[in-house]
Design a protein around this ligand. Structure first.
Ligand code: ZN
Length: 176
């Protein structure tokens, strides 16, 4: 199957799976906006050379948020894509604080491509907090998110100067 067909299929799959989901921000953007943003970030960072990584970016929250199974992703998009998504998926059986701690602790052990995906995800999240924060979030909560994201990204460094510079600039600016 051609790359363009695979990417279009991933976009369609993600749009259907996340159809009722919105971002947490006050603007309540459709969730697919987040997935498109992360896919664009990794596609540009790899100069279009890693189709599977862009596809995994479109699908990166399907297991975590929509209970899609690894086997389903593997059957539709191949094992490489399914493994990448699994690598950036939190274990939802654990409490939230534990999941956040594990993201920091396990970041360095991930593959370079999963690290790129993680950094792109955090870039998109920091941008969202700056442009449309959840209405009930205090300044302290936004700052705590920025600092936690920086701790996750600290374990992901050395994989993409471009993504790391984008993240660092956002972190320097702060939640605003
Ligand atoms: Zn995400």
């Amino acid at each position: 199957m051609s790359d363009i067909v695979r990417i279009a299929r991933a976009l369609d799959f993600a749009a259907r799976k996340h159809v009722g989901q919105k971002r947490k921000g006050a603007a309540g953007e459709p969730y697919i906006n987040h997935l498109a943003e992360v896919a664009l970030l990794v596609a540009e960072a790899t100069e279009g050379r890693d189709t599977n990584l862009a596809i995994a970016a479109l699908l990166h929250d399907t297991i975590e948020d929509q209970d899609v199974k690894h086997e389903e992703l593997a059957a539709e998009f191949g094992k490489d894509v399914a493994d990448l998504v699994a690598e950036v998926t939190d274990d939802k059986r654990l409490p939230k604080e534990e999941r956040k701690r594990l993201q920091v602790e396990t970041a360095a052990a991930r593959s370079n491509r999963a690290k790129m995906l993680k950094i792109a995800d955090k870039i998109a999240n920091l941008r969202s907090i700056r442009s449309s924060p959840p209405s009930h979030w205090s300044k302290e909560r936004k700052e705590a998110y920025f600092d936690w994201a920086a701790r996750v990204v600290a374990g992901c460094r050395g994989v993409s100067p471009k993504l790391e510079a984008l993240f660092d600039e956002l972190h320097r600016l702060g939640p605003g």
